[in-house]
Each structure stands twice: as structure tokens, then as C-alpha cells.
Design a protein around this ligand. Structure first.
Ligand code: AMP
Length: 561
């Protein structure tokens, strides 16, 4: 069975293709969303998801989150004194999802289609693939998130050519993609976005509005107080649409502060964020050579598109209602599962050709003769330009610049700068050429970039026909199979929490946090139920544990209202 995985910045999901179509697989807690949060304690025990997130306020030095943003970088995360790379943390999330899927499906899961943002470059895609390998998953195919969304909506089944805009506002990132369905080919035409804009900014606006109304300042609050304020603001943000206003409360300096915030006040305060949203929409349209009115359908994905101020803003902008039939949190994972089914050549799904765009420019370093006999070194010559539809293959002919030049070095670079030194070096290739006066000998440099983000570079000496080829591998980041195996073994020592314990642990962590947040009689009552639950855990009787957990959970539910 090939599964589909949405490895998100805030939450991750795993889905499979059932007889009734794509379905999300619930995790060990029965939830569809697993927070992309990892915690490792001093004994090397690994927590993934909600229990890891709960540990944030009590043991912040043991928790990592939003590591998707650092995928493909050398960033070092230290959790309880142990060092991890972003892909290793991601691999722990994938391991947990894989285990949950195996328990649910009753079979081993060894292969996956994983979604990645359309703008992810080669390094980040390779890091994602490595994360899969470290989790024991073969990642044959990656699908870009907007393509997955379109696939989940079944848009590839349309008979007419259609243009879609996929609007993805997640927790901390914002992506806009324009896709075109043309003769059975689903093509990403342009991508744009803002890596530092998302639902969390809307939470921050809510928190600041509350403080402003109470005449308080964020500065001067300690970390725990700020975390508590943001948690309350997050709740208020999600609730405001239903009632047109929301009552937000916050325990500060032993005093419970309450304030009502109206939808109008909140909408006004979010105006600046809405202006920021407009920019990538405009940029993607202009890159694709389209106008607002050319878009046939708007699809919403990402949890923050549930905000009605965002939806209303889009309706005003596009003058049409976005398609929201699917749950915006689940769309990408469902699309990845459909792609997995296409890969398995399941009869239920028609195969379509999915293309993508290259979100950066690939080129090489050249010497430019700007006047007779005067040269400028180190210039960048684009070969495959940003937003080119891939798979793509482009050739550039380059001539010798010196008399009797007997070799050419082709440096492969990625980036947008006119100067080679400012772009990212991916690899190099050297070819010998016959000696001749300058400008007489030439080479053809062909770059072929495929949907799996493999760049093949081929250099042909025009006069002799001699060819040299290489597949670009990420140099410093590349791990050999042997290294991956070794690191897998090391990571395997870090045990994921057994599935059964997860819920008990989560309840206790929640209760401990809630204890810190309450006062007086409520605190005493909480203490009583925590002690009873701990005593039940100590004794180990299954029914007793279940009863005590249920009682404690009920109190926690009441307290968090
Ligand atoms: P994602 O990264 O796609 O999981 O999106 C997470 C973001 O969606 C967070 O900022 C959440 O606060 C936000 N979100 C989830 N549900 C809602 C809701 N009902 N209303 C507003 N925002 C929401």
C-alpha cells in the first residue's frame, strides 16, 4: 500500500486510497491532525504530536516545532542535549504517522507520496525525501501541495480546460499557486508566497487587540504568560466567526481578565494582514500572464482559510465564491493519497500528467565580453528560468573566450542574481575541447529538470560530439545509503512512545499545565483528580485507569471552556 502524506509546518496527516476514495487515517489519539512537533526527553524518549506540543510550556528545551521551515539547511536543533537536523525531526513525525497507518490498515507501510510546497527547491525536496528514508519509507514521488489540492478536488477529471488559483494559508506560511488544466495535463503555472505570513499572525492580532483594550503590554510578560495569552487568543480567533463577537479571558498576575472583542474590531485590526495577502496573489497572476478575471476556480487550503475575514476578502477580490467542499486541513493529504493510487495504477483513478514549475532559476557561470577584448568574469547565465513548467529541458550554447582554450568548466548554479557568486552552487563538470582561436569552439549545455527535482546536466562539445553528463547531487547535504542506515539505527534508539501510553501521558501533561493556569478551589479540585489518576496509573488496573482518566479529562474540558 502506498500512502499519501502531508508533512505540514503546523500539522501533518496521512491518508490512503480506500474503496470509497481517499480517506484520512486517524492517529493513535483518534485525531486526523498530528501536530508537527517533536520532543525528546533526557532519557531519549520521543514524543510526537499533541503530547510533544503539551510539553512546550513545561519543558521548552526539549521541544522543536516549525522545523519544516529549515528543511534542507544545516540548522542544528538541540533537544534535551541531543542534536538533530530538520530532516531527522521530520522523520520522527513520519515514523509516528507510519505506525498509526500500519495499526489502522493492519499491514506494513513502506512507500509514500509526500507533498512539498511548490516553491521548495532541490535541497529542501531532497531533505524531505531523506526524512522519508530515515523513517523507513520509500519516497518515490513528491507532489507539490497545490497540485495535490487540485487532485483532491478531482479537478483533473474536468473536461474543459480550466484555470485554478490555490490559496493556501497555513499556520505560518502563505502560498498562492496558479494551475492550469489543459488537455489532461495539470500544470502549475506560477507560484508565489510569503514564508512569514499565516494563521499565527492573525492570532497575534487578536492577542494584541486584547492587550490594547486592557491597556497592557506584551513586553514584561514572561514566556509562560505570553504562551497562555496566545493560547487564549488562538481560541478566540477560531470562535469569533460563529458568534460575531468573542469573550476572551486571560489569567494575569493572579487575576482573571475578560474582554469582549467584536468581529468588526478584529476585522479592522487585520486590515494590514489582508493587504499583505494581496501581494503574492498579484505576483502569481502577473508571472502567469493572467488577470484576476481569468481565474475559473479558487480553492482554499490551510487551516487559516477558515477565517471568515479571509474568505470575505477573497470573495471581494475574485468576485466569486471559493470552492470549500473539502476540509482545508485535509485536502493536501487526500490529494497525495490519490496520487499514490495513480502510482499504483489503481483502476478507480484516471492517470493524469501532473507537472510542476521550477520555482527558481537554474543556470551557469559565464564570462561576458562586454567590449572587444574586455571581459567580465563571474556572470550568471540562466538556462531554465523560474516558473518554467517542468519537466523541462533547455540548451544554451557557450563559446570559448580564450585562444587555445583546452577545457571548459561548467558550474551549475541556482538563484536569481546576475552574479554567479550570489547564487547557490550545485555542482560542476569539466570537459576538454580542441584548441582553436577564441570563439571558434563551443559547447552545448543542456539542463533537464524533472518533476522529482533531479537536475541532469549534459555538456556536448559541438565540434567533436563528445558528451559528459551528470546528475546533480546535493553535495554537503547528501547522505550515502550507508550513512542513512547508520543514522536510522541511531535514531531507532530513541523510542517513540508506545501507542497505549500516549493518551495517559497527554492527559497528565495537559492537567499539569492547567494546574499552573488555575487558582484557588479549581486548582484544588484539579489536584485531587490528578492525584487520583496518578494513583490509578501506579496500580495499573485497566478499568481503573480508564475511569480516572475520563474523570480528569472531563474536568480539563470544563476548565478549558
Ligand atoms: P495549517 O498549517 O494548515 O494546519 O493551519 C493552521 C492554522 O489554521 C493555525 O493558525 C490555526 O489557528 C488556523 N485555524 C484552524 N482552524 C481555524 C478556525 N476554525 N478559524 C480560524 N483559523 C483556524
Amino acid at each position: 500500500m502506498i500512502v499519501g502524506i502531508d508533512l505540514g509546518t503546523t500539522n501533518s496527516l496521512i491518508a490512503y486510497f480506500s474503496e470509497e476514495g481517499p480517506r484520512i487515517i486517524p492517529n493513535r489519539l483518534g485525531k486526523n491532525l498530528t501536530p508537527s512537533v517533536v520532543s525528546v526527553d533526557s532519557e531519549g524518549k520521543v514524543y510526537v504530536g499533541e503530547s510533544a506540543r503539551e510539553r512546550m510550556s513545561l519543558y521548552p528545551d526539549s521541544v522543536a516545532q516549525t522545523f519544516k521551515r529549515s528543511m534542507g539547511t544545516e540548522r542544528d536543533y538541540v533537544l534535551s542535549g541531543r542534536h538533530f537536523r530538520p530532516e531527522e525531526l521530520s522523520s520522527m513525525v513520519l515514523r509516528a504517522l507510519k505506525e498509526d497507518a500500519e495499526a489502522f490498515l493492519g499491514e506494513e507501510v513502506t512507500e509514500a507520496v509526500i507533498s512539498v510546497p511548490a516553491y521548495f527547491d532541490d535541497k529542501r525536496r531532497k531533505a524531505t525525501k531523506r526524512a522519508g528514508e530515515l523513517a523507513g519509507l520509500k519516497v518515490e514521488r513528491m507532489i507539490s501541495e497545490p497540485t495535490a489540492a487540485a487532485v483532491a478536488y478531482g479537478l483533473y477529471d474536468k473536461t474543459q480546460d480550466t484555470r485554478f488559483l490555490v490559496f493556501d494559508l497555513g499556520g505560518g506560511t502563505f502560498d498562492v499557486s496558479i494551475l492550469e488544466l489543459y488537455h489532461n495535463i495539470l500544470e502549475v503555472r506560477a507560484v508565489a508566497g510569503d514564508n512569514y505570513l499565516g494563521g499565527e499572525d492573525f492570532t497575534e492580532v487578536m492577542a494584541k487587540l486584547f492587550l490594547q483594550k486592557r491597556g497592557l503590554q506584551l513586553q514584561g510578560m514572561n514566556g509562560k504568560e505570553q504562551a497562555r495569552l496566545y493560547r487564549q487568543a488562538e481560541k478566540a480567533k477560531c470562535a469569533i466567526d460563529e458568534q460575531g463577537e468573542v469573550a476572551m479571558s486571560f489569567l494575569y498576575h493572579e487575576q482573571m481578565l475578560e474582554e469582549t472583542i467584536t468581529a468588526k474590531e478584529y476585522g479592522d485590526a487585520c486590515e494590514e494582514l489582508l493587504m499583505k495577502i494581496r501581494e503574492p496573489v498579484k505576483k502569481s497572476l502577473s508571472d502567469a500572464g493572467l488577470k484576476l478575471g481569468d481565474i475559473d476556480e479558487v480553492l482554499l487550503i490551510g487551516g487559516a482559510t477558515r477565517l471568515s475575514i479571509v474568505r470575505d476578502f477573497l470573495i471581494r477580490l475574485f468576485r466569486k465564491f471559493p470552492d470549500t467542499r473539502l476540509n482545508p486541513d485535509e485536502t493536501v493529504a487526500l490529494g497525495a493519497a490519490v496520487q499514490a493510487a495513480m502510482k499504483e495504477r489503481r483502476e478507480e483513478v484516471r492517470e493524469v500528467i501532473l507537472t510542476d514549475v521550477c520555482s527558481f532559476t537554474l543556470g551557469t557561470e559565464v564570462v561576458v565580453e562586454y567590449e572587444e577584448g574586455k571581459y567580465e568574469q563571474g556572470r550568471f547565465c540562466p538556462i531554465i528560468e523560474r516558473n518554467t513548467v517542468i519537466p523541462a529541458s533547455h540548451t544554451e550554447r557557450l563559446f570559448t573566450v580564450r585562444d587555445n582554450q583546452d577545457m571548459v568548466r561548467v558550474r551549475v548554479l541556482q538563484g536569481e542574481s546576475r552574479f554567479a557568486k550570489n547564487n547557490l552552487f550545485l555542482g560542476e563538470l569539466t570537459v576538454g575541447i580542441p584548441k582553436a582561436p577564441k570563439g571558434q569552439e563551443s559547447i552545448d549545455v543542456t539542463y533537464t529538470y524533472d518533476v522529482n527535482s533531479l537536475l541532469e546536466v549534459e555538456v556536448t562539445v559541438t565540434s567533436t560530439g563528445v558528451k559528459q553528463k551528470m546528475i546533480i547531487k546535493d553535495q554537503e547535504n547528501q547522505m550515502t545509503d550507508e550513512e542513512i542506515r547508520e543514522r536510522m539505527e541511531q535514531l531507532a534508539y530513541l523510542k517513540l512512545q508506545p501507542r497505549d501510553y500516549e493518551e495517559n501521558r497527554l492527559t497528565l501533561l495537559r492537567a499539569e499545565r492547567m494546574y499552573e493556569e488555575t487558582l484557588g478551589d479549581r486548582r484544588k479540585m484539579l489536584d485531587h483528580y490528578i492525584t487520583a489518576f496518578e494513583a490509578a496509573l501506579e496500580k495499573g488496573g485497566h478499568d481503573e485507569i480508564m475511569d480516572a482518566r475520563k474523570a480528569l479529562n472531563e474536568i480539563l474540558e470544563d476548565e478549558s471552556q
